[in-house]
Each structure stands twice: as structure tokens, then as C-alpha cells.
Ligand binder design. Structure first.
Ligand SMILES: [Zn+2]
Length: 226
């Protein structure tokens, strides 16, 4: 049972804003970057803080992670909605440097992409790219998705097709994304880029590649082939 002080966190803007009471000690232990990054107002007994750029929906998923160590979604969400939520969760985790949650959200994202053979549409990738910091592994995943699709285009007419115009539109929206995609292509023609959802998971973990993986005991995800 948890006890101790709670902080009142106002999440979101306007009519969609909601308030959550969260245990301060838990925040300090699992995500000091969140509590440090925000101005805490008032006396110890009436602490509040505001997270304007986070949606209440994303924050609820964060709370399930914080209190129960699970990333849970409502039943009945479409795959694309789950993916969009996981991306928002990763953006949130990156914003407040919650490394464990960045890893967990990317891990779930890869599970989702892999188990359901679901591909992103390119639309919106540049926006996501710009929202997370340089070095965030979500950027690496996006670059590899882009490069993989450029080299292995889905046959024209299929629902999952990315047209060159789709790709160009995204690349033009983010100079960083464009540079990173081009440098991967110019480095080795992109031949080092495998199907981005099937490469070793450690590529996307925050630990260094020569470090032992803290998730090594986790069951290996089953792989699907096209
Ligand atoms: Zn790892």
C-alpha cells in the first residue's frame, strides 16, 4: 500500500484537462526528471503542477506504468490507435527523461508492429521525429522504417504502399530526418538496414551496445515473416 504525500497534477489544456493525484515518492524514485522539470507550486500540503503538453489519455497510460508496471490500453482500440498512443507515451517519456519508460514504450511498439504485421504510414513521421530528442531510439526506428521502405517498396496499389510523394513530403518537413535518412543511404546504400521491426531489440534499448542487456531474461519475441 502506498502512503506519503501526493501531488496534484493538472494534465492537458482546456476542456480536455484532467487532474490526477500522484504519490511524490513514486515520482521521485521512478521518474525524477518529471518532478524536477516542472515548477512545483505551493506549500507541501497543497502541491500542484501542470503538464500542458501531455494529454490526459497519455498520462493515464503513464500512471498504469508507474503504479503497476504495465502499459495498458482500453480494449477495442484499433492497431493504429495503440501505435499512436505508444508513440505519444514515448514522446512523453523522452520529454521528462524517463529512460525506463522510453525503453518500455518502444518495446511495446515493436511488439505491436511485429505481432500484427502492421506498418506505419509515413504520414506524421517527421512530426514525431521532431518531438523527440537527438539520440532517442524512436528516431532510429523511424529512420530505419523510412530507409527500409525506400529500398524495399511495397508493390504499387497495395494498401501499405508508400509513394515517393509520401516519403518526400515527410522528408521535407524535417531537415534532421532528411539528413539522417540520406546519411544511412549514402553510407552503404542502406544495405545494413534490415526490416526495422525484426532487428535485435537491443538496438533500440537505451543501454550501450557493449553493456549487458537488463532485459536479457525477457522472452524472445516470436518473429513473423512476410
Ligand atoms: Zn537490450
Amino acid at each position: 500500500l502506498l502512503c506519503g504525500e501526493v501531488i496534484s497534477i493538472h494534465v492537458g489544456k482546456g476542456q480536455k484537462a484532467e487532474t490526477f493525484n500522484v504519490h511524490i515518492q513514486l515520482l521521485e524514485t521512478r521518474c525524477p526528471g518529471l518532478i524536477r522539470g516542472i515548477e512545483v507550486l505551493g506549500h507541501a500540503s497543497i502541491r500542484t503542477m501542470h503538464l500542458l503538453h501531455t494529454s490526459a489519455k497519455t498520462f493515464e497510460v503513464f500512471l498504469s506504468w508507474l503504479y503497476q508496471s504495465v502499459i495498458g490500453f482500453d480494449d477495442g482500440l484499433e492497431d493504429t490507435e495503440v501505435i499512436a498512443e505508444l508513440i505519444e507515451l514515448c514522446v512523453f517519456a523522452d520529454r521528462y527523461t524517463i529512460t525506463e519508460l522510453i525503453d518500455d514504450s518502444i518495446e511495446c511498439l515493436l511488439d505491436c508492429v511485429q505481432s500484427r504485421d502492421h506498418w506505419f504510414a509515413p504520414t506524421g513521421m517527421a512530426k514525431i521525429y521532431e518531438k523527440v530528442r537527438v539520440g532517442c531510439k524512436l528516431r532510429l526506428f523511424i529512420v530505419r522504417c523510412m530507409v527500409y521502405h525506400i529500398i524495399h517498396p511495397v508493390p504499387a496499389g497495395e494498401a501499405r504502399e508508400w509513394t515517393s510523394r509520401d516519403v518526400a513530403n515527410e522528408l521535407m518537413r524535417s531537415k534532421d530526418l532528411c539528413c539522417d535518412v540520406l546519411s544511412t543511404l549514402m553510407n552503404d546504400g542502406g544495405s545494413s538496414v534490415e526490416d526495422p521491426s525484426l532487428v535485435p531489440r537491443c538496438d533500440y534499448h537505451s543501454h550501450a551496445l557493449d553493456e549487458a542487456c537488463p532485459r536479457a531474461g525477457d522472452p524472445e519475441p516470436s518473429q513473423t515473416s512476410e
